[in-house]
Structure formats: C-alpha cells, structure tokens
Design a protein around this ligand. Structure first.
Ligand code: KMH
Ligand code: ZN
Length: 271
C-alpha cells in the first residue's frame, strides 16, 4: 500500500471559538497549527481564512499571509479552500487559486449543507477547473454526494481535469451523504485503482471512516473543520492531537506515514 497522506483541516468556515476554544483563526494561529500538525505527521493542511473578526473570508491577501507563514515554517503542502462559506460568491471563492498553490479544493456539485445550500453549478465547476488547469493547481475533488463523482468524471471527459484524479469524500454532512462504512465503500468502488482518495468524516464519523481508509489504502483528513471532539463529549485539545491519533493507529495497522515530499509524489504535484 502507498504511504498514508494525512490532511489537517485546521479551521473551516463554520466552526466557532464557542464550539472549539482552540480553533485557529488569525494567520499566525493557523500557521502555528499547521506547523504542529506537520510535526505530528500531516503532509497537507487544508486552509480556510478568517478575517480579524473571525468571519470566513476568501480575501487573497489573507490567504497569501497564511501561505507565506506556513511556507516559512515547514514543507507541508498548503491546500486552500475554494469552497469558502456557503454565502461566498464563486468569484470570491476562486481567489486563493491565483496564489498558485500546489493544490486547492474543487467541490463537485450542489448539496444541502445543514440548513443551507452549498451551490456548485456545472458552469462554475467548469470555471474553477479550467482556472486550476491554467495555473497548474491540482484539484482535490470534494464529493459530498454520490453523483458528484460523475460530475468530476464529466469534467475529465471535457479535458478540464487531468487524470489520475484525487478525491476527498466528505461524508456525514447533515443534508448530504451519511458517513456509514457502506457509503464510503460505495464511493471508493466508483474509482479506477490508479486514482487516489481521502476521507473526511464529519463529527462522530471522523474516526471510524479514517480507520477504514487506512485499511483500504485511502488517505485521511482530520481536524476542527470536520470534528471538534476527541471522543464523545470531550473536546480535542488541538488539531495536532487529532493528527497524532491517526499516526498511532496507522502505525499499529502497519501503514507508514507519508512525508510532504512523499505525498507530492503520490499525488503527482509539481512543486
Ligand atoms: N465550507 C463549506 C461550505 C472546501 O473547503 O472546498 C465548503 C467546504 C469545501 O469547506
Ligand atoms: Zn474546507
């Protein structure tokens, strides 16, 4: 099996300090969490920027600040979000791609997202994919529902994505696909063997789906964006604590952890 790529999703757009007092918000806090997660074993950090008031922002300058701070601290792969918050416009969402990061997320369809709707029309997916192609940014294809895999395959057919594709199955979002083992297996079976995937289980689904991914040869995403708890009723102390647990479990199961450079090789990133 390939070495295990661990992504740390540090902040997200929805979680508040009220829900998780250790949530990193300011660029120096996000960079410091990225460094801790790198030391714990993460090779990718998935980043959402916040403004000084703690509100989600897609401002390119805030992303630039975060990117430069992380790059000065460690070689972890910087992966900005183009999902942003549900109320960001597509133009706002696309901004961090202009920094030419090695990777960025690309959501592959529209779904309910809690009480909101996360809008990703075909036209906007095509616009996001073609801009990433032009700038040499590898998309991580965010899949919240089964049909989104087919949307990605359609983008590939149109020449807007380059194979092998890399997916993130985000399972357990209220209003979208649940995070049962059967759901993950079903998703994985839709991909040819040379494509790669990671799983981001939401809330209570984070740990069981991560363990499944370790055993199935997939990769794992953990962090406060997806889950603020260490176990039922007990908040996690830090993003790095969640990463460190995955490293321990992977080691017990005989799966080695990828360094950032090994992750670059597995994902075919051009640094
Ligand atoms: N915050 C969600 C509405 C991504 O980062 O690409 C979308 C999201 C996906 O988090
Ligand atoms: Zn995100």
């Amino acid at each position: 099996m390939e070495k295990l790529i661990i992504t740390a999703a540090l902040t997200g757009a929805e979680v508040t300090r009220f829900q998780q007092p250790s949530l990193p918000i300011l660029p120096d806090e996000i960079a410091s969490d990225a460094y801790e997660c790198y030391l714990a074993g993460a090779s990718i950090v998935h980043i959402h920027a916040r403004d000084a008031a703690g509100e989600p922002t897609q401002d390119i300058e805030v992303y630039r600040d975060i990117k430069e701070r992380i790059e000065a601290a460690c070689p972890v792969i910087f992966q900005p979000s183009t999902g942003g918050a549900v109320w960001h416009t597509p133009e706002e969402r696309l901004q961090p791609v202009e920094l030419k990061p090695e990777m960025a997320t690309l959501s592959c369809g529209t779904c309910n997202f809690g009480g909101d709707v996360f809008m990703n029309s075909e036209a906007y997916m095509e616009q996001f994919a073609s801009r990433m192609l032009e700038l040499g940014v590898k998309p991580e294809l965010e899949v919240f529902e089964r049909g989104m895999i087919d949307n990605a395959k359609k983008l590939l057919k149109k020449g807007l994505l380059k194979a092998p594709l890399h997916f993130d199955f985000v399972l357990g979002v209220p209003g979208a696909c649940p995070g049962t083992p059967e759901d993950l297996l079903y998703m994985v079976r839709q991909l040819p063997p040379d494509w790669t995937w990671t799983v981001a289980g939401i809330g209570k689904d984070e740990l069981p789906l991560a363990v499944m991914a370790i055993m199935l040869g997939g990769h794992v995403r953990v962090g406060f964006e997806d889950n603020v708890y260490y176990k039922k009723g007990v908040l996690a102390e830090s993003n790095a604590q969640l990463v460190a647990r995955i490293v321990r479990i992977a080691e017990e199961l005989g799966r080695e952890i990828a360094t950032p450079d090994e992750a670059r090789e597995i994902l075919g990133l051009s640094k």
